[in-house]
Design a protein around this ligand. Structure first.
Ligand SMILES: Cc1ncc(COP(=O)(O)O)c(C=O)c1O
Length: 428
């Protein structure tokens, strides 16, 4: 039996895994063309031709519309911006509550705060790590305006139940698909099921322009509002004879032509990059499937998982070693793996201290807000259990990695399992 690297043995893998994006010829050619043109952004904050950006931005939006069969696509310079423009377009404002999962990148919830509304956190489903629809119902109040659904790790949330609750209570649904472009729920692409779909093009996503994002919607008014918030809308609403200006406080969320040029090339490869991820993830599932004490990702027939990361749950009682020790041992073998995902968002100081805008606690203390919200530790026990004890995630299932790389991951898991008795004796 080979000794574990964490206990002084030889590391299983010295070769680093790839962490950067792979940029293709089309991206290079397009960027060169933009540089040659000297027009690095096509936007001007005026009604008219430049309101909607330059050639590359328009081409990206056209590709996005076609791919999702969406009436509107609006590019922005991050998914954080996308969530903000989406929240504005949904009419979220002071006094409103927005239901959201606590197990997501912080921006999914900050979008509500950006509109002076109150995030209400609802626990996740332990099978898919997304918001648990059975717990949404009890969180709905007369103040609830919207649900921000996050398709976490590349797997769709249970959209049937969520859509039903939203319909019953007249709530808007924003789908945060930052981690799940190309994922489906009952053959529908995520992002096309709710009112607005939000996507990220940041460095770590399946396709990237460094920073960037976009939204899709079928609603004309929402699309216009999102374009206005993207581009200093307050100086444009009058020219456009827009009557309902609520929420149209304009930012500069415009994408440059350089970013859009990269994004167009990347977007064309979304499906092939996704299929590559799925192939490797399924191969990893095969490799790990005989290990007792590990719960591998759910693969229900009605959902297509696109494996932004590969989540695994570890049962400490069966394995005999804590999740944290197991992850440390894997990392010592040269396998990238994280213990948990993010800290449940409500435990961040913004929520614990209830300080966002100014020192007086706005929006939590806003007199327009008539509710009371709980951010105590313990409110979302499944999320806390995943984060503190059970979940590990690895991002190895992606291009340009191959099955040989995944073989190393499986070998490392097996090596750690074989040595679990020795590992159990190691001090944390
Ligand atoms: C679920 C989710 N939402 C939103 C974001 C924000 O994306 P961006 O970095 O493009 O602002 C991320 C980024 O990690 C994310 O994972």
């Amino acid at each position: 039996m080979e000794r574990l690297a964490i206990l002084g043995g030889k590391k299983l893998r010295e070769k680093p895994f790839v962490t950067h994006a792979v940029i293709g010829e089309e991206e290079r050619e397009r960027v060169s063309k933009v540089l040659d043109s000297g027009m690095l952004s096509g936007f001007i904050a005026q009604a008219g031709d430049h309101f909607l950006g330059g050639e590359q931005v328009k081409e990206l939006e056209s590709l996005v519309r076609e791919y999702f069969n969406a009436k509107h696509a609006v590019s922005v310079n991050s998914a954080t911006a996308a969530l903000h423009v989406a929240a504005a377009a949904c009419g979220i404002g002071p006094g409103d509550e927005v239901i959201v999962t606590p197990y997501t990148m912080c921006a999914s919830a900050t979008a509500a705060i950006m509109m002076n509304a109150i995030p209400v956190f609802v626990d996740i489903d332990e099978k898919n790590f997304c918001i648990d629809p059975s717990k949404i119902k009890e969180a709905v109040t007369p103040r609830t305006k919207a649900i921000i659904v996050v398709h976490l790790f590349g797997l769709a949330a249970d959209m049937d139940e969520i859509t039903e609750i939203a319909k019953e209570h007249k709530l808007r649904v924003i789908e945060d698909c930052a981690q799940a472009p190309g994922a489906t729920f009952k053959d529908r692409l995520v992002g096309t099921i709710g009112d607005i779909g939000v996507f990220s093009l940041n460095q770590h996503k399946t396709i990237t322009s460094g920073e960037g994002g976009f939204v899709i919607t079928g609603d004309d008014d929402m699309a216009l509002k999102m374009q206005l918030v993207r581009n200093h809308g307050e100086v444009i609403t009058e020219k456009m004879e827009l009557e309902d200006i609520a929420g149209v406080v304009g930012f500069n969320y415009r994408m440059t032509e350089l970013e859009a040029a990269v994004a167009v090339g990347q977007f064309r490869r979304l499906d092939s990059l996704t299929e590559h991820r799925i192939g490797l993830a399924e191969y990893l599932t095969e490799g790990l499937s005989n290990i007792d004490g590990l719960t591998l990702p759910e693969m229900p027939d009605h959902k297509k998982h696109v494996y932004f990361v590969y989540p695994i749950r570890l049962d400490e009682k069966v394995i005999g070693v804590s999740r944290d020790k197991f992850v440390k041992a894997l990392v010592a073998e040269g396998i990238p793996c994280g213990a948990g995902y993010v800290r449940p968002i409500y435990l961040e100081p913004l929520y614990q201290k209830r300080i966002a805008y100014g020192k007086e606690g706005c929006p939590f203390t806003c007199p327009i807000y008539k509710g009371s919200v709980n951010y105590d530790k313990g409110i979302c026990p499944v999320t806390e259990m995943m984060h503190e004890k059970e979940l590990m995630v690895t991002g190895v299932c992606k291009y340009p990695h191959t099955r040989d790389d995944i073989d190393d991951v499986v070998k490392a898991f097996k090596k750690v399992i074989e040595n679990r008795a020795a590992l159990a004796d190691l001090k944390e």
